[in-house]
Design a binder for this molecule. Sequence first.
Ligand code: UDX
Length: 443
Amino acid sequence: MSEREPIGVVGAGWVGLVTAACFAELGHRVVVREIVPEKVESLRRGEVPIHEPELPELIERNRERLTFTTEMSELLDGPRLLFICVQTPPTYSGDADLSAVNRAVEEIGDPAGKALVMKSTVPVGTGRTIHRDAPDLAYVSCPEFLKEGTAVNDFLKPDRVVIGADPGEEWAADAVAGIYEPLGAPIVRTDLSSAEMIKLASNAYLATKISFINEIANVCDEVGADVTEVARGMGMDPRIGDKFLNAGLGFGGSCFPKDTQALKILAGNSGYHFQLLNSVIEVNELQKRRVMAKLSKHLDSLVGKRVALLGLAFKPDTDDMREASSLVLASRLEGEGATVVAFDPVAEQRARELLPKVDMAASAMETLDGADAAVLVTEWPEFAQLDWAEVAKRMSNPLLVDGRNFLDPVAVRAAGITYEAIGRPSVAAIRVAGGREAEQAER
Ligand code: UDX
């Protein structure tokens, strides 16, 4: 593999580590600057501080080409392309907190012949502001669209690569396009602000799609339709697409909640009231609580009840608990006087810090022991393999709310468990996959 140009990465979080490891895989020498010394030490020992499938193997395979350091000087010595991959969490006002970005930019200064490549999600206009204050340092916006749990694949097989730069910065935009060229994905070359907006709008649109299908599910609950069938029929229209039409307990994670809020505020700060996004965010918050109504339908009161949560992470294949629906649900249940017991295959450690009153069980089955109700919160594959007859025996009241429409209602019901879902008919009008034998709804 011919030697490719060296690359600098600032920040060893999800985006930073995946970006660094994937570019190393493509043959680049990559220097990763991380301010947390413990993180640098563990990465030098080959330990990866996040749960992301394939990433540890990728880092191990490319160790020769990866350097981890706390020293910005080490980064500035070599590479001309400096990828900024630091966190931009929400502030209390909901704006994006740019302090980590500004700190990195300040440390980098204004070196000519180098380009700052922004991968962190930033408000529209950030690039122009940074460039105004550091005119010799080229600035390119190159937003990242990777999803946690499939990040390596999403990076190496992107749907598109967006490269935003203003006139006069073509060399930097060309250089970035050059290092992405081996991936063979479409490259969207555009101006700085449009590139920044593509990122925010893409996340906000996906969040809108989820809130839309969740509202459809809520109507289905009232009229006896099955949202999974509705989504199947809708998704065949290529104008709609079958992705991100899974109704459930609402979206969480480090991106959708933050970016919808940030875009709403960005619009507000520029004098435009983004009504649709307002509703998307509101619907999502209410959706996290819909399970309560379904539980109350079967349990007069939650006082003294034992409720099992299957899954805590905001989605499967990650240990990330940021804005996870489980956080809201657990505190609502405790607020109603229930005892909450939970199991998550990988997020237990992070969950313990955030949910101190929740009993953490060692397995899904143990969680269900003596439970008066169970809620599937995260669609981990192992939960679909549970022995439902055994579950029915071990629960003190076999009631299951499938918060992700993930399980097979026919199999769960056949075991004598009362099954509720999100926008699926409450009793047995479920089409059997493949056979499509409709059964009479017994509403
Ligand atoms: C998201 C974007 O997908 C990604 O492109 C961007 O770079 C970062 O933000 P991520 O937050 O990792 O990625 O997770 P994603 O798979 O998008 O799921 C986000 C949330 O939406 C999760 O809570 C998930 O459970 C929920 N979701 C997703 C649904 O409720 N229904 C769906 O159909 C899809």
